[in-house]
Ligand binder design. Structure first.
Ligand code: SF4
Ligand code: SF4
Length: 437
């Protein structure tokens, strides 16, 4: 039987556009634009300069502190410049711009370790850090940091997140169908690194083929594959832990507080690539979909590929584009240009026509409590938002604003079109500022 958490919503899945489309590798672009800030933490520091010749997989920027990540060149060629380009969070940010020489000359900086069982946890953390791996489900938290929980918080359960609960996105679905053995091996490497006892791969039951494929691959390897009910936000860390183990991460806490570690299936594959094959994180699968894309696809693209080139690889746009989203429609980020580039966290690129971009006018709350019913964190979204709107941030904080996981479920169901999340995010921002004073 499929398991789940309390609350949540059922937005139209819209996965049929790409779920049967095998991952297609796009030719590496003539020029790549590799952002230095594409993970949580400090932007990486460039270690190349204009005119330098670089190899594919060569480190071009290094982590600027513990919570940061190395960045590698996805092509071989010459550094054209280091300049500001549009950033997916808005505004502009530094990127290493590299002209591809088309030779794919490998750097071979990382050593392959098919015998990874002989490596110590510290060795594996170092390889993962060196390979620049970050959470590929969109969180982009540096993985070597996540693999280093406090000593007093031992991990008993590793959970691989194959829920992919955001509508439209099918990148993880295809990865599970096409690379199940690498994902399973990546999960075992994580288990070995953390000294965990149990590994569970959670997959929503709208992907029965992925459940079957992963079960076959995991057979006899001490890994459970669990069927999750299709419901948004099933892939959120706290909801996933609760559904799969019954444990509840405390308010303000992290998964390691209940002995759990959650990692996306794509990240597990990246860990496999780095540890077993010696390949750093230089490419990823991106679902390009939405009603304004001519031929939606799952593309394997070098990090640094311009979003416009992804759209070109899908035959261009069909009609006018009214909205562009990087990621999924529920938690993704609206983009103002296609001139930014693919990063390690780019799971999707969605283009919609203008009629799908318009939001109804905000009206008065009718106290229907729909937002309360669906909130997976059991918060009172309407009360938090109302207090934030009138500047009563302390009250919003007491109501649990900081526990909001920003899933947008409350906004999705609100009949009054109130952008509750906008107000809650504002409260969180102000509360963080107040905490710093
Ligand atoms: S209040 Fe936060 S956690 Fe609750 S439904 Fe709204 S966005 Fe999701
Ligand atoms: S869903 Fe909207 S209208 Fe209903 S209680 Fe919440 S804020 Fe008010």
């Amino acid at each position: 039987m499929a398991i789940t958490f309390k609350g949540g919503v059922h937005p139209p899945e819209s996965k049929h556009y790409t779920e049967d489309k095998p991952i297609e590798r796009i030719p590496a672009p003539e020029v790549v634009y590799v952002l230095l800030s594409q993970h949580i933490g400090a932007p990486a520091k460039p270690i190349v300069k204009r005119g330098d010749v670089v190899k594919k997989g060569q480190k071009i920027a290094e982590a600027a502190g513990f919570v940061s990540a190395n960045i590698h060149s996805p092509v071989s060629g010459k550094v054209k410049t280091i300049d500001r380009i549009p950033h997916f969070l808005g505004s502009y940010s530094q990127a290493v711009v590299i002209e591809n020489d088309g030779e794919d000359t490998p750097a071979e900086e990382l050593e392959p370790h098919p015998d990874w069982q002989n490596l110590s946890p510290e060795d594996i953390r170092n390889i993962v850090a060196e390979a620049g791996i970050v959470g590929m489900g969109g969180a982009t938290f540096p993985t070597h940091v996540k693999l280093s929980p406090p000593k007093e918080k031992p991990i008993h359960t590793v959970i691989l997140n194959g829920a992919e609960c955001e509508p439209y996105l099918t990148a993880d679905h295809r990865l599970m169908l096409e690379n199940p053995d690498e994902i399973v091996e990546g999960a075992l490497i994580i288990k070995h690194t953390l000294g965990a006892e149990r590994v569970i791969i959670g997959i929503e039951n709208n992907k029965p083929d992925a459940i079957e494929t992963m079960r076959k691959s995991a057979e006899g390897r001490g890994i459970e594959v669990a069927e999750l009910k299709t419901k948004y936000p099933q892939g959120a860390e706290k909801q996933l832990i609760n559904a799969l183990t019954g444990l509840e991460v405390p308010s303000g806490g992290l998964p390691f507080d209940v002995g759990c570690y959650v990692q996306n299936v794509g990240t597990a594959k990246a860990i496999y690539d780095a540890v077993v094959k010696g390949i750093p994180l230089i490419e990823r699968v991106v679902t390009v979909s939405g009603l304004a894309v001519k031929e939606p696809k799952n593309l394997l693209a070098p990090i640094g590929t311009k979003l416009s080139e992804l759209v070109d690889a899908c035959g261009g746009t069909s009609g006018e584009v009214g909205k562009v989203i990087m990621g999924g429609p529920m938690m993704g980020l609206a983009q103002w240009t296609l001139e930014t580039s693919v990063t390690k966290g780019t799971s999707g690129l969605l283009l919609f026509p203008p009629e799908m971009a318009s939001v109804g006018e905000e009206t008065t709350c009718i106290s229907c409590a729909s937002c309360v019913d669906v909130c997976p964190m059991r918060l009172l979204p309407t009360s938090i938002a109302h207090n934030a709107k009138y500047g009563r941030f302390e009250i919003a904080g007491k109501l649990g604003a900081m526990d909001c996981i920003e899933c947008g479920s409350c906004v999705f169901v609100c009949p009054a079109n109130i952008n509750l999340l906008h107000y809650i995010r504002w409260a969180k921002l102000e509360l963080r500022k107040m905490a710093k004073k």
